[in-house]
Design a protein around this ligand. Structure first.
Ligand SMILES: Cc1ncc(COP(=O)(O)O)c(C=O)c1O
Length: 340
C-alpha cells in the first residue's frame, strides 16, 4: 500500500497467506473471453477464502480489546463463521456462532463448515430463519451472556462486513493493481468480478480502486450478487464505504455509480443451486483443476459465463475473477454428484 494509506491503516494481525497468486483460466477459451483468476481461495487452509482478509483487522481489534470470546453469525454453512471460529482458536479465544437453519430444534448434520466449527470447539447457537431478522439483537444478547459469566466479548457482524473489515479488500485491491499491470490498460479495460454476499468484499475493492484511481488504468469492479438484489447492495455497500471514509478520512468519494452489481443470477435463491450452476462448477474443475463452491463463487462464476455468452465484451477485454474460497460448502451436500 502507499505510504499515506499505511499511516492510517488500522492494526492488522497476519492470518492470511498473501499476496495470493493469479493465473489465466483455460475455461475462458470456451466463452471467447480471457478470464484471469486471483486465488484468494489460497489465503489459507482452515482460514481460507476472503473472510480471513477481513479477520486480520477485526481480530486485531479483538486482541487489542482483550477479548476472551468472539461472537458472530451466518447461515448454517457460513464460511465466515468457520473462519472466525478458527481465527479465535488460533489466537487463544473462544468462539460463539449464531447460525441460521430451517428448524433449530433439529440442527443440521455436522458436514462441511459445521463439522469444522465443531471440531475447533466453537459454541453453536441455532436460530430459525424468521429469527435471523433479529440477528443483531441476538448477537448483543450473546455478548451480555459472555459478560455476565465474566468474559469479554467481541462481536463481528454478518460476513465480517463493516468498515474495519473492508480494509481486507482495500489491501487486496493494492495487490490486484500490481497483478493487473500489463493486463489492464485504458484501451484494454478489465473488470474485477467478485461474488457478493454481505457486501464487505465489494466495499473494500471499490474503496481500494477509488483510492488508487484505477478507473484511469482501465480497471473496473463489479459484483455478482448471490442473494438479495442490486438496490440492496448499492445501499449496504454504500453504507460500509461511507463509514470507512468517515472513520479514516479516506478520500475515496464512493458514489452509488461506483457500486456496480451484475444482478439476475441469484437463481433459485441463496445457497440453492440450479443444475446449470453445478455444471459450470464441474466444467471449470475439469478444464482448470480449480474448485468453485455452490453458494458463492460457483454461482457468481456461472453468472459471469451467462453474461459473456450474451456479450463476450460485457466486462471489457478480460475478466479478473476473485476466487473467494468456500470449498468446504461443497462437502455439505451430495448435490454436485448429480452432474458428474
Ligand atoms: C466463499 C465466499 N465468497 C464470497 C462471499 C461474499 O463476500 P461478502 O460477504 O464480503 O460479500 C462469501 C461470504 O459471504 C464467501 O464465503
Amino acid at each position: 500500500m502507499n505510504d499515506k494509506l499505511l499511516e492510517i491503516e488500522p492494526k492488522r494481525i497476519r492470518l492470511a497467506n498473501t499476496p495470493t497468486r493469479g493465473h489465466w483460466l483455460r475455461y475462458g477459451e470456451t466463452v471467447g473471453t480471457k478470464i484471469w483468476v486471483k486465488r484468494d481461495d489460497h489465503t489459507g487452509s482452515e482460514l481460507s477464502g476472503n473472510k480471513v482478509r477481513k479477520l486480520e483487522y477485526l481480530m486485531a481489534e479483538a486482541v487489542d480489546q482483550g477479548a476472551t470470546h468472539v461472537i458472530t453469525c451466518g447461515g448454517e454453512q457460513s464460511n465466515h463463521a468457520r473462519a472466525t471460529a478458527f481465527a479465535a482458536t488460533q489466537l487463544g479465544m473462544r468462539s460463539l456462532l449464531i447460525l441460521r437453519t430451517d428448524d433449530p430444534t433439529r440442527p443440521p448434520a455436522p458436514t462441511g463448515n459445521i463439522l469444522l466449527d465443531r471440531l475447533c470447539g466453537a459454541e453453536l447457537q441455532w436460530i430459525s430463519r424468521p429469527a435471523w431478522r433479529d440477528r443483531n439483537r441476538l448477537l448483543a444478547e450473546a455478548a451480555d451472556r459472555v459478560r455476565a459469566a465474566g468474559g469479554r466479548p467481541y462481536v463481528i457482524p454478518e460476513g465480517g462486513s463493516n468498515a474495519l473489515g473492508s480494509w481486507g479488500y482495500i489491501r487486496a485491491m493494492y495487490e490486484l493493481a500490481s497483478d493487473l499491470e500489463g493486463i489492464a490498460a485504458p484501451d484494454h479495460p478489465v473488470t474485477v468480478v467478485y461474488a457478493c454476499g454481505s457486501g464487505g468484499t465489494g466495499a473494500g475493492l471499490i474503496l481500494g480502486a477509488k483510492l488508487l484511481g484505477l478507473a484511469k488504468r482501465g480497471i473496473r469492479v463489479a459484483g455478482v450478487n448471490v442473494c438479495d438484489d442490486a438496490a440492496y447492495f448499492v445501499e449496504s455497500i454504500g453504507r460500509i464505504c461511507a463509514d470507512a471514509e468517515e472513520r479514516w478520512q479516506l478520500d475515496a468519494r464512493v458514489t452509488p455509480d461506483d457500486i456496480v452489481l451484475v444482478d439476475g443470477h441469484v437463481g433459485l435463491g441463496y445457497a440453492k443451486s440450479r443444475p446449470e450452476e453445478l455444471e459450470t462448477i464441474r466444467d471449470v474443475c475439469r478444464s482448470d483443476g480449480i474448485v468453485l463452491d455452490p453458494v458463492y463463487t460457483g454461482k457468481a462464476f456461472h453468472g459471469i459465463v451467462t453474461e459473456l455468452r450474451r456479450d463476450r465484451n460485457r466486462f471489457g477485454s478480460a475478466v479478473a475473477f476473485v476466487h473467494t474460497g468456500g470449498m468446504f460448502g461443497l462437502f455439505a451436500s451430495s448435490e454436485i454428484t448429480t452432474v458428474l
